[in-house]
Design a binder for this molecule. Structure first.
Ligand code: AMP
Ligand code: TRP
Length: 325
């Protein structure tokens, strides 16, 4: 079976953008690939974070992933910092990665703008560590949301550069981006949903909490009154229907919005129902796992051991290829 790798940062609550863009597909792909999923804590160091709660965020990220359906029997789930080969390979990749390519990365430019007082070198070489994550396992497929495509393209470039200099060792991995939900927008309908912008709906949020966020969410701004017709094509609530609702509901919303058959509140109520149908079973499993912290720790420990075995084997090849012992 071909190998697949993906990662998520333990930088805050996991939101429905992470779920639709990434985790939901990870679950679907578990049957087709040998899957390796990683909580990338070293990547999260590039932003300001609260040190005492880091362990809790890592543990929670693992718990939510398992609750979403990541099955530790069929996939490896582990924490990046538990396999030191990631940073070792990243260093070697630093020496074949052009500065110019890194300077072009959209995420680097955005994060630098958001965080002018902390533009650290780690933020700059972040995609090199990401390339190391993926290539350490010689993964051929990387399921991610749209915002990560550029980083996977860079990973292919790193693989090519390494192979050209030191011999064919790494595959050029493909990104797998879902048809719906690859770029979930925040409740303002304008910026991408993200942990840092606080415009998100968390996967573990209750029925009431989710409604509090959906109720004031921006829709088609040209639709001012209930009797105005709307345009689903420019409405974020409609995009979310496509990510969460059954086809029948999506069709109804599409049709009825255009003739003012339903209002925005009706439409949001339907979305709320679809979302909770997806989220509540996840929340139940997450609550059960919260009672079994040792089980989650054990899953991560076993995951690190299995990932570590692959990582050690790759690094033996890499060391030999680059001429060190
Ligand atoms: P991060 O939280 O930045 O570690 O992202 C983890 C995964 O979620 C990556 O595959 C991202 O592409 C994906 N992701 C993050 N935000 C969104 C979003 N708003 N819509 C779709 N996918 C997303
Ligand atoms: N950079 C990714 C993000 O923020 C997280 C990540 C780190 C990742 N390493 C990875 C994703 C390897 C896929 C593969 O979303």
């Amino acid at each position: 079976m071909a190998k697949l790798f993906s990662g998520i940062q333990p930088s805050g609550e996991i939101h429905i953008g992470n779920y639709c863009g990434a985790i939901r597909n990870w679950v679907r792909l578990m049957d087709q690939y040998e899957c390796i999923f990683c909580i990338v804590d070293y990547h999260a160091l590039t932003a300001q974070y609260d040190i005492p709660t880091m362990q809790k965020r890592i543990h929670d990220a693992a718990r939510v992933n398992i609750a979403c359906g990541i099955d530790p029997k069929r996939a490896i789930l582990f924490v990046q910092s538990q396999v030191p080969e990631h940073t070792e390979l990243a260093w070697i990749f630093n020496t074949v990665t052009p500065m110019g390519d890194l300077a072009r990365m959209t995420q680097f430019k955005e994060k630098s703008k958001q965080n002018e007082e902390n533009i650290n070198a780690g933020l700059f070489t972040y995609p090199v560590l990401q390339a190391a994550d993926i290539l350490l396992y010689k993964a051929g497929a990387v399921p991610v949301g749209e915002d990560q495509i550029q980083h996977i393209e860079l990973t292919r470039e790193v693989a090519r550069k390494f192979n050209a200099r030191f011999g064919e060792l790494f595959p050029e991995p493909a990104h797998l981006v879902p048809k719906e939900g690859a770029r979930i927008m925040g409740m303002d309908g304008k910026s991408k949903m993200s942990k840092s912008l606080n415009n998100y709906i968390g996967v573990l949020e209750s029925r009431d909490e989710v409604w509090k966020k959906l109720a004031p969410a921006v829709t088609d701004e040209n639709r001012k009154r209930r009797t105005d017709v709307g345009n689903p094509d420019i409405c974020n609530i409609y995009s979310l229907h496509k990510a969460f609702s059954p086809e029948e509901t999506v069709e109804t919303v599409n049709r009825e919005c255009r003739v003012a058959g339903i209002g925005c509140v009706d439409c949001k109520k339907m979305l709320h129902q679809s979302m909770m149908t997806t989220l509540e079973p996840i929340q139940e499993r997450a609550a059960e796992l919260a009672q079994q912290p040792a089980l989650v720790d054990q899953i991560l420990e076993e995951g690190a051991a299995r990932a570590g075995a692959i990582a050690t084997a790759t690094m033996t090849e890499v060391r030999s290829a680059i001429g060190v012992r």
